[in-house]
Ligand binder design. Structure first.
Ligand code: EPZ
Length: 424
């Protein structure tokens, strides 16, 4: 299995261009099932998860032409689709559940085996199913008990749906399904992430009538048909945040191109509290960790617009070396501190109690053999390796390949001592 070898690096300096958002492109690819026309998705990042979604859509009967060298994916879901998602693909990516709604709209049926829990939590889908049932979808409870979502519907009718938690995936699945249900649907306590807005914009281009995306209440007036469109995916705010932390932790200066600062308000605010200088320029966002000493701050993850859970582990790498103690509280996922053990192997001396982590800070990290425990934690240990004495050897880097396009190349261009090696 391939590994990353990371050596202590000087300040990272230069420009980096952010890729299209993984968490925007995946639901948009699923939504392309809602029309028999061709959809052209631009700025699709060349990621393992995008590959898996392409293979999943093909397995359902769509024709997919991916040209990830120029970051384009064409999807044409014409003709008969099958409603059964193959387990060997679904188990590779939890986001496969995103095809659930569109499949029911197209075929009246969907059978999707649920992958088990993952490193960061159980990942239940009861809110997705609550919304679908409200729209008239029947769920086979015996199959569900066996971990298979077996859904069918003769007719989809709009409804008012309250989400007990503003689930991103549930909001997306319900929005896609309601887009072609008869009548009006309201999603209350909806997720407000920028990726929800990007999906709504894509659906509205296709002919949907969605209002309020980006707020906690989304109104959808169902339509009879949707057409093929082309769309540019928003930049990946979590990749952008990761490179902002890279500038901070290495005391460097990085110009981040293709980023929407509004999507990163919480992350920018917290980095500024640590002493990072962040300037908006016409070219992009200039992030400077070379002006002030890095000092600690406290983090509490929340649904958008709060501090994003996906930035919790990358930000924690900065807190391990910042001056002073800090507290990190993870409220979105129930098991998202797997990276703490890896940071402690490097000398961070972090203590955790439930969803709370205490980071003493002021540490001189030491290189170690560590594991990428999930996609964002993998990026986090890379950042820590850039400032640790000696060599940090990171395994299970397939997690990182899921969500960071050309991560090694982008870091090396900025001066990072990092290389990918295939295990001998
Ligand atoms: C999306 O996952 C993202 N993935 C995640 O990014 C991100 O961390 C998460 O949203 C939160 O922002 C994609 O967009 C592909 P949720 P999703 O449903 O939709 C609980 C990354 O690193 N919940 O908002 O699965 C759930 O258990 C990935 O890029 C229920 O309890 O997130 C979790 O604790 C990781 N019941 C919380 O809500 C449900 O029915 C947030 O889940 C659904 C969710």
């Amino acid at each position: 299995m391939a590994k990353f070898l990371v050596q202590k690096s000087g300040p990272l300096e230069g420009d980096v261009t952010i890729s299209g958002s993984k968490n925007a492109v995946l639901p948009i690819m699923a939504a392309a099932l809602l029309t028999e026309d061709k959809c052209v998705i631009n700025d699709a990042p060349a990621l393992r998860d995008v590959d898996v979604m392409c293979r999943l859509l093909e397995s359902l009967g769509a024709s997919v032409n991916k040209n990830l060298e120029c970051n384009t994916v064409e999807i044409e879901a014409c003709g008969e689709l099958t409603w059964e998602a193959p387990f060997d693909l679904v188990k590779m990516m939890r986001a496969s559940i995103l095809v659930l709604g569109a499949l029911i709209v197209r075929t009246g049926r969907a059978t999707i085996p649920l992958p088990g829990g993952c490193a960061i939590g159980k990942r239940p889908v009861e809110l997705h199913l609550k919304g679908l049932k409200a729209l008239g979808v029947r769920i086979d409870e015996d199959q569900l008990a066996r971990g298979i979502v077996d859904a069918s519907a003769d007719k989809l009718e709009g409804s008012i749906i309250y989400l007990d938690f503003p689930s991103v995936g549930a909001t997306e699945v319900i929005m896609m399904t309601a887009a072609m249900a008869e009548g009006t649907t309201a999603i209350e306590n909806a997720a407000q992430e920028p990726e929800i807005v990007d999906l709504a914009n894509f659906l509205n281009k296709m002919g949907a009538r969605i209002k309020g995306a980006g707020t906690d209440t989304i109104k959808i007036d169902g339509v009879d048909s949707m057409k093929g469109v082309s769309h540019h995916v928003i930049p990946d705010r979590i990749e952008a945040g990761t490179f902002m932390v890279a500038a901070a932790i290495t005391k460097g200066s990085i110009l981040i191109r293709n980023v929407v600062p509004d999507h990163l308000k919480a992350v920018i605010a917290k980095l500024r509290e640590c002493g990072v200088v962040i300037q908006m320029t016409d070219e992009g966002v200039l992030v400077r960790g070379d002006v002030n000493e890095m000092i600690s701050t406290d983090i509490k993850t929340l649904p958008y617009p709060g501090f994003p859970t996906d930035m919790q582990s990358p930000f924690m790498s900065l807190l391990t070396v910042a001056k002073g103690p800090s507290v990190v509280i993870e409220t979105v996922f129930e098991n998202r501190f797997m990276h703490v053990g890896e940071f402690n192997r490097m000398g961070a001396n972090i203590k955790t109690d439930g969803n709370c982590a205490i980071i003493p800070g002021d540490k001189e990290l030491q290189g170690a053999q560590v594991v990428a425990t999930d996609l964002r934690a993998g990026a986090a240990v890379v950042l820590a390796g850039l400032v640790a004495e000696g060599t940090t050897e990171i395994s299970q880097i397939y997690h990182i390949d899921r969500g960071y396009e050309n991560f090694v190349e982008k870091l090396r261009t900025l001066g990072a001592n990092i290389m990918r090696v295939d295990e001998l």
